[in-house]
Design a protein around this ligand. Structure first.
Ligand SMILES: Cc1cc2nc3c(=O)[nH]c(=O)nc-3n(C[C@H](O)[C@H](O)[C@H](O)COP(=O)(O)OP(=O)(O)OC[C@H]3O[C@@H](n4cnc5c(N)ncnc54)[C@H](O)[C@@H]3O)c2cc1C
Length: 329
C-alpha cells in the first residue's frame, strides 16, 4: 500500500519504519527537521512518565518492550543507537511506584544511605530509591538512523511540508497516518491534547565529559542523561505552555539544581549550555492509536498523545499502526 505518514518525530519515523519493513511504500511529510522535533529534546529512556492511563497503555508498553528485546538480540538496537542502560531514581516523598517496573530488568529498591549503591544520587532527606536496567535511546543517533533505514528501504525521503488539514494529503496515498504530536490538537480538533512543555539543557563541556554513557539519574525532578561530548540536564513540565523559545536563565538554574547528581556541572560556563524546549503531547484519556473517520474515502490512522512517554511507546505504537494498516482492504 502507499502510506502517507504526517510527522517525523519518533512516533512517525518508527511507524514509517515498521510499515516499510512490512513492504508498504511510505512517504513522510514533516513541518520540522526530525532533529528539531520534541522527540529530539528527550532524555530518553524506556520509562513511561506524564502519560494518561488507559486500557491501551499496558499493551503498548508490553509491545514496545517486546520489539526492543527483539532488536537488542538481533543487534538492530545497536545499529539504531539504542542500548542497555542503568537508571536510578531517588524520591523524597515516599516510595517510587511504577506498575511497569516488571518490564525493566534488575530492579533494586533501597532506602538511600551508605551502602545502597547510589552514591552521587541520594542525599540526606531522601526517602526511597530504585535503580533498574532499561533501554537508552541516543536520540541524536536514533532519529537519523531511522531516516537512513527509510531511505535504504521502500520509503521516500521525508518531505518538508506544513499540512493545514489532513484532507490536503489524502490524494498522496491509500492511507494517512497522523503522527503530529501536540499539533494533532489543532489538526484534528482534539480538545483532549495538552502541551506539557519541557526544557532541558544540553551541556557540552570537558567538566562533565567523564559522565558514564551507560548511566542516568533522576532526583527531585532533576535528571542527567548521557550525551556525546557531555550530558543532558532536565527538566521542567509546564502544563498548557506552548512557547518553545529557550530561556538561558532557566538553563542555568536547571544545571545548578543538578550539581548534586553531576558535580562537574558546577564548573560549566554559560557558553557551554544549550537549552532546548519540547512540547510533550499529553492527552486526556491516554494515547490515541486507532483508525479515525475516513477522509474523502481514505482511511486515517491516528498515532498521537504519547505525553512524556513517546520514546517508550513508539516501538509498540509502530507495530499497532502497521497492524491497523494490515486490516484495510
Ligand atoms: C524534556 C523531555 C524529556 C522527555 N523524556 C522522555 C523519556 O525519557 N522517555 C520517553 O519515552 N519519552 C520522553 N519524552 C516524551 C517524548 O519526547 C514525546 O512523547 C515524543 O517526542 C512525541 O513524539 P511524536 O512523534 O508524537 O511528536 P513530535 O516529536 O512532536 O513530532 C511531531 C512531528 O509532526 C510534525 N508536524 C506537526 N504538525 C505538522 C503539520 N501541520 N504539518 C506537517 N508536519 C507536522 C512535526 O514537524 C514533527 O515532525 C520527553 C519529552 C520531553 C519534552
Amino acid at each position: 500500500m502507499q502510506v502517507v505518514v504526517v510527522g517525523a518525530g519518533v512516533v512517525g519515523l518508527m511507524a514509517a519504519h515498521a510499515l516499510s519493513h512490512r513492504g508498504h511504500a511510505v512517504e513522510v511529510l514533516t513541518h520540522e527537521d526530525p532533529l528539531a522535533t520534541t522527540s529530539a529534546t528527550a532524555g530518553a529512556s524506556f520509562k513511561p512518565r506524564l502519560v494518561d492511563d488507559s486500557p491501551l497503555l499496558r499493551p503498548l508498553l508490553v509491545a514496545s518492550r517486546d520489539v526492543l528485546v527483539g532488536w537488542t538480540s538481533s543487534g538492530f538496537a545497536t545499529t539504531l543507537g539504542i542500548r542497555r542502560h542503568r537508571h536510578a531514581v531517588v524520591t523524597t516523598n515516599g516510595p517510587f511506584e511504577g506498575d511497569w517496573l516488571d518490564l525493566v530488568d534488575d530492579v533494586k529498591r533501597s532506602v538511600p544511605g551508605p551502602g545502597a549503591g547510589l552514591s552521587g544520587v541520594a542525599a540526606p532527606g531522601d526517602t526511597a530509591a530504585v535503580a533498574f536496567t532499561t533501554w537508552f535511546f541516543d536520540v541524536d543517533e536514533v532519529l537519523p538512523a531511522l531516516l537512513g533505514h527509510l531511505q535504504g528501504d521502500h520509503a521516500v525521503v521525508p518531505r518538508h511540508r506544513v499540512v493545514s488539514r489532513l484532507e490536503e494529503v489524502v490524494d498522496l496515498g491509500e492511507v494517512v497516518v497522523n503522527a503530529t504530536g501536540v499539533a494533532a490538537s489543532r489538526l484534528v480538533g482534539d480538545p483532549d491534547v495538552v502541551a506539557v512543555r519541557g526544557t532541558v539543557v544540553r551541556v557540552r563541556s570537558a567538566a562533565v565529559a567523564d559522565w558514564d554513557p551507560d548511566r542516568s539519574m533522576s532526583r527531585h525532578g532533576s535528571y542527567v542523561y548521557p550525551r556525546r561530548d557531555g550530558v543532558l540536564v532536565g527538566g521542567t513540565a509546564d502544563w498548557g505552555a506552548h512557547d518553545r523559545t529557550p530561556d538561558g536563565g532557566l538553563a542555568r538554574r536547571l544545571v545548578d539544581a543538578a550539581v548534586h547528581l553531576a558535580p562537574g556541572l558546577a564548573d560549566v560556563r554559560d557558553a557551554e549550555l544549550e537549552p532546548m524546549v519540547g512540547l510533550r503531547p499529553w492527552r486526556r484519556g491516554g494515547v490515541r492509536v486507532e483508525r479515525g473517520t475516513d477522509l474523502a474515502g481514505t482511511p486515517v490512522i491516528h498515532a498521537y498523545g504519547h505525553g512524556g512517554a513517546g520514546w517508550t511507546l513508539a516501538p509498540g505504537t509502530a507495530e499497532r499502526v502497521a497492524d491497523l494498516v494490515a486490516t484495510l482492504p
